[in-house]
Design a protein around this ligand. Structure first.
Ligand SMILES: *[C@@H]1O[C@H](CO)[C@@H](O)[C@H](O)[C@H]1NC(C)=O
Ligand SMILES: *[C@@H]1O[C@H](CO)[C@@H](O)[C@H](O)[C@H]1NC(C)=O
Ligand SMILES: *[C@@H]1O[C@H](CO)[C@@H](O)[C@H](O)[C@H]1NC(C)=O
Ligand SMILES: *[C@@H]1O[C@H](CO)[C@@H](O)[C@H](O)[C@H]1NC(C)=O
Ligand SMILES: *[C@@H]1O[C@H](CO)[C@@H](O)[C@H](O)[C@H]1NC(C)=O
Ligand SMILES: *[C@@H]1O[C@H](CO)[C@@H](O)[C@H](O)[C@H]1NC(C)=O
Ligand SMILES: *[C@@H]1O[C@H](CO)[C@@H](O)[C@H](O)[C@H]1NC(C)=O
Length: 416
């Protein structure tokens, strides 16, 4: 979930397929080039005829394609009252293939929601041709019906949702990828993600060439086995996590379409940390909530103790993540000697590590001072109950989702 409200402000201060197309499935997966931005990964797609470019924020925790549109307080002709000058939006009136689906899927509002917190997120539904990579197909998608003036222009026009789809979901809650796959556009129901991050402490990252020179790749319709260390791919059943809606991405009406796994072990180095056995789990989320290694309030305290980290006050614009916890720093020279953070998602299965080089962020606070900050994020109270696995966890790994079997795959990425 991107949390637009929380993070945009600091940034600014600082259905029914009526036109079902028949095609032979493509065999090669499509690699979407991702660029890391302040709120998460961005990629260009387009919608309509002629195609209008929709720079989209990639979001494993949103249920459909969302796009800014001309609609404001229910009125498609008063765009300027809601969107800031310079905002790029989709103008549905300029697409000859756009169909209004209000009669099939009436307008829907979530309040609260993960985009704007306590401010309403209202959408209308429409149907149009979407162009993703070199593939196109008609889909049902969401057009924002903004309910309040935006303080500034978003650095994107849409949100490309990739949430899991349940059997009972209709097209209004299906991602573009899922709708394409159902129409036979892709030959595989698998999506996969590789992060070609820039190493800060000299540890070896996946080669940037694997991502075709981009910050990351979101692959749709399969995966590249040459990105994966042989024998390391592990598949898990995705589960429903009810805590997500209570202490993580709080949404009303409730949304439960998340890629989620139970957490059966959480360790700092070899020291296992207590879990809250009520329901300990993790949500896959590579937008802003997935930034920072997830820890519990108690395991964070233990990490601070074990690493001798000291409190540091950071300006919000420099904070490495948007969690509620305070930050701590360590001497940069100590980073390679700190313990890894480990996570297990099923008794007897592998433990996945986040190296200290990947959970410590080097932050330039002034022309004379650079600090090394523990980039960890807490949720809830006490022992581990829930955490978000995203940008930080995904380093050195390949993250896969099987939209047919509702399974999450994790593998070690090849590094050179
Ligand atoms: C899309 O691109 C892939 C990879 O370059 C290629 O294999 C495939 O044939 C293309 N599909 C279409 C429909 O052009
Ligand atoms: C949307 O497109 C229509 C048709 O071209 C145009 O009349 C209208 O002014 C556009 N709306 C905005 C907000 O640009
Ligand atoms: C769709 O049609 C309804 C009326 O049926 C209208 O209120 C709404 O603004 C239209 N939405 C779009 C995106 O055109
Ligand atoms: C589609 O699914 C949404 C969300 O579950 C539900 O509110 C709506 O009633 C459904 N609409 C149709 C036409 O099935
Ligand atoms: C990584 O470094 C490349 C230059 O090699 C730069 O273009 C890119 O923006 C950097 N990515 C991030 C996420 O900092
Ligand atoms: C953790 O345990 C492994 C295997 O038992 C051992 O090789 C390693 O040295 C231990 N690491 C630490 C930091 O204690
Ligand atoms: C475990 O989590 C539940 C749900 O958040 C909470 O009600 C309970 O107090 C927690 N238990 C402990 C021992 O912290």
């Amino acid at each position: 979930m991107p949390s637009l409200r929380k993070s945009l402000l600091p940034l600014l201060l600082a259905g029914q397929s009526s036109a079902r197309v028949s095609r032979s499935p493509t065999t090669a997966p499509v690699d979407l080039p991702l660029t890391l931005g302040a709120l998460g990964f961005l990629t260009p797609i387009s919608i309509g005829t002629p195609p209008q470019e929709i720079i989209s924020l990639m979001d494993w925790t949103w249920i459909n394609q969302f796009t800014l549109s001309t609609v404001c307080l229910g009125n498609p002709h008063d765009t300027a009252s809601c969107l800031a000058p310079g905002q790029v939006f989709f103008n549905q009136s300029e697409s000859s293939t756009f169909a209004n689906q209000t009669s099939l899927y009436p307008s829907r509002t979530w309040n609260p929601n993960g985009f704007f917190g306590p401010a309403p997120l209202t959408v209308q539904f429409g149907h149009d041709v979407q162009h993703v990579g070199n593939l196109s197909a008609p889909t049902t998608f969401m057009l924002a019906d903004m309910q309040f003036p935006q303080p500034g222009a978003f650095p994107f026009t849409g949100v490309f949702g990739l949430s899991p789809v349940f059997k009972s979901d209709n097209q209004s809650t299906q991602s573009t990828f899922y709708q394409f796959w159902k129409q036979g556009v892709y030959s595989s129901p698998i999506g996969s993600f590789l992060y070609c991050y820039n190493s800060t402490f000299g540890n070896t990252a996946p080669a940037r060439a694997l991502c075709n020179g981009n910050d990351a790749l979101q692959t749709l319709g399969g995966y590249h086995s040459n990105f994966i260390q042989s024998g390391s791919l592990q598949w898990y059943d995705s589960v429903i996590n009810l805590q997500v809606n209570i202490i993580d991405i709080i949404t009303s009406p409730e949304i439960l379409n998340y890629w989620a796994l139970p957490v059966t072990k959480h360790s700092i180095g070899n020291e296992s940390q207590p879990l809250n056995m009520t329901a300990s789990g993790a949500i896959f989320d590579y937008a802003s909530f997935g930034r920072g290694a997830p820890v519990s309030v108690n395991s964070y305290a233990r990490l601070v103790e074990l690493t001798g980290a000291t409190p540091i006050t950071l300006d919000a614009s420099l904070a490495p993540n948007n969690g509620a916890q305070a930050f701590h720093s360590v001497p940069c020279s100590k980073v390679p000697k700190l313990p890894p953070l480990k996570y297990q998602f099923g008794a007897g299965t592998p433990e996945w590590e986040i190296l200290p080089q990947n959970y410590v962020e080097k932050i330039v606070v002034s022309s004379t001072q650079t600090v090394c900050v523990l980039n960890v994020r807490t949720l809830g109270d006490g022992d581990w109950i829930i955490g978000n696995l995203g940008e930080t966890f995904a380093k050195d790994k390949v993250i896969l989702f099987d939209f047919d079997k509702l399974k999450v795959g994790i593998a070690n990425a090849v590094r050179s």
